[in-house]
Ligand binder design. Structure first.
Ligand SMILES: *[C@@H]1O[C@H](CO)[C@@H](O)[C@H](O)[C@H]1NC(C)=O
Ligand SMILES: *[C@@H]1O[C@H](CO)[C@@H](O)[C@H](O)[C@H]1NC(C)=O
Ligand SMILES: *[C@@H]1O[C@H](CO)[C@@H](O)[C@H](O)[C@H]1NC(C)=O
Ligand SMILES: *[C@@H]1O[C@H](CO)[C@@H](O)[C@H](O)[C@H]1NC(C)=O
Ligand SMILES: *[C@@H]1O[C@H](CO)[C@@H](O)[C@H](O)[C@H]1NC(C)=O
Length: 151
């Protein structure tokens, strides 16, 4: 009994939300683009509390799209482990970060969030600041030290 009345309340709440904000049911898209370097594949494994997207690879200039409906019960967070081989420093880079976090990204990119993986960092864009690019994630390597060792 309690269960079914809870269900009705949730349904009612959903209906109210969807009329207040028309885009309630719209999917959110997160785009991951590989611009690390020519011929450098980016391997990644992304997941949320609801979805495990498995291991994927994108090549230079390719974009991978994650599409999902925001979870209304818990805040949607997608995190990814990524790895690629840094030909210059001869090291494998492997790091994990939150590619999407509703609390942060609803404001920064709404339902269309672009992330660009570059050699030096992963970038995102801030809609509230004229889509200016900012560092979302620094690859976990003491880059300057590595480079100075080799040069
Ligand atoms: C890595 O460097 C070697 C030579 O230093 C080159 O032959 C090779 O194409 C490079 N690979 C990538 C993925 O850049
Ligand atoms: C490295 O990245 C891959 C994604 O390609 C992931 O599956 C793996 O768990 C990562 N390893 C570590 C030690 O973080
Ligand atoms: C990658 O994309 C950029 C911009 O879209 C383009 O100028 C460049 O030629 C592309 N490079 C390769 C190797 O596809
Ligand atoms: C989402 O962003 C991509 C790349 O920045 C753009 O091509 C596309 O038109 C955008 N879609 C919407 C619905 O804003
Ligand atoms: C917003 O960005 C565009 C493209 O980068 C630029 O041309 C424009 O001047 C910027 N506007 C403001 C108000 O900064």
């Amino acid at each position: 009994m309690a269960g079914s009345s809870n269900f009705l309340l949730v349904l009612l709440a959903l209906l109210m939300c969807s009329t207040v904000s028309g885009f309630f049911w719209d999917k959110t898209y997160v785009y991951l683009r590989n611009e690390i370097g020519r011929d450098v594949p980016l391997n990644f494994h992304c997941q949320s509390a609801d979805d495990d997207l498995g291991v994927n690879t994108i090549w230079y200039n390719q974009t991978y799209t994650i599409g999902f409906h925001a979870n209304i019960f818990i805040e949607t967070v997608f995190w990814c482990s990524m790895d690629w081989f840094d030909n210059e420093s001869k090291v494998k880079i492997n790091g994990t970060f939150e590619i999407y976090h509703a609390l942060r990204d609803t404001r920064l990119c709404g339902k269309n969030c672009t992330r660009i993986a570059k050699y030096e960092a992963v970038y995102a864009f801030d809609e509230e600041d004229n889509n200016s690019r900012f560092v979302l994630y620094d690859w976990p390597v003491p880059r300057q030290e590595m480079l100075s060792l080799h040069h």
